[in-house]
Design a protein around this ligand. Structure first.
Ligand SMILES: Nc1ncnc2c1ncn2[C@@H]1O[C@H](COP(=O)(O)OP(=O)(O)O)[C@@H](O)[C@H]1O
Ligand SMILES: Nc1ccn([C@@H]2O[C@H](COP(=O)(O)O)[C@@H](O)[C@H]2O)c(=O)n1
Length: 212
């Protein structure tokens, strides 16, 4: 048995991925569970000015440094610490600093395209797709992006029509077929969360048995 179990949580922007993931961390306790956001692995675009960075497509596989993400997940599974990049949505770029992250028993990997890459999927023990209707996802995104990501309504509308919606149809929604569990009704689906918590607890017991 491996040192750690990897759980991938995917779904469209605003579907409730972060809410599900944070709920799991709360219920299991953060000494055993590590949350890795795919957002941290957006490529560094420091070579471009802010106006150019604001126009990029952030909803396609190419926007992410998946090679680094895979390397980091492999390191964590092998029981090694990583130096994780950080991301600042308000300036559309990586932060200059990295954060040292220690491995934990359960690794939750959350992001819009975590189920897209076959090598990344193969590292996962459970694959989850969080689902919500598109109007609900858009509404949540408008509220979040104006409150937390420094965006205007006009910029959200333009980005949604230009990239967010078409890329969801092209890349994100098709990955639903890889999921072991589909969580409808977004982030506060207590039944789905309870099922995941029970499964995670049984993984933790198995891992402890291996340790003796
Ligand atoms: N089932 C739900 N009902 C109501 N609001 C929700 C639900 N799930 C998530 N939200 C809210 O929607 C917003 C976006 O959810 P979040 O989990 O950040 O989505 P994602 O990580 O998929 O982009 C957050 O403000 C969150 O509190
Ligand atoms: N500079 C950026 C980078 C990403 N986005 C959007 O974030 C969404 C993914 O994050 P969620 O928490 O919503 O899953 C994705 O849809 C990108 O469009 C951005 O707006 N700006």
């Amino acid at each position: 048995m491996k040192n750690s179990v990897v759980i991938g949580i995917s779904g469209g922007s605003g579907s409730g991925k972060t809410t599900v993931a944070e709920n799991l961390v709360k219920q299991i306790g953060d000494e055993h569970i590590l949350l890795i956001k795919q957002d941290y692995y957006y490529k560094d675009n420091s070579h471009l000015p802010l106006e150019e960075r604001a126009k990029l497509n952030y909803d396609c596989p190419d926007a992410f440094d998946t090679e680094l993400l895979i390397e980091h997940i492999k390191q964590l599974v092998a029981g090694k610490a990583i130096d994780q990049p950080q991301y600042d949505f308000t300036v559309h770029n990586r932060k200059p600093e990295r954060i040292r992250v220690e491995p934990k028993r359960i690794i939750l990997l959350e992001g819009i395209l975590v189920l897209h890459d076959a090598e990344l999927r193969d590292l996962m023990d459970i694959k989850v797709f969080v689902d919500a209707d598109s109007d609900i996802r858009l509404l949540r995104r408008v509220l979040r992006d104006t409150r937390e990501r420094g965006r205007t309504l006009d910029s959200i509308a333009e980005q949604y029509l230009k990239t967010v919606r078409p890329m969801y149809e092209k890349y994100i929604h098709p990955t639903k077929k890889y999921a072991d569990i589909i969580v409808p009704k977004g982030g506060f689906n207590q039944v789905a969360i309870d099922i995941l918590v029970a499964r995670i607890k049984s993984y933790l017991m198995e891992l402890e048995k291996v340790d003796g």
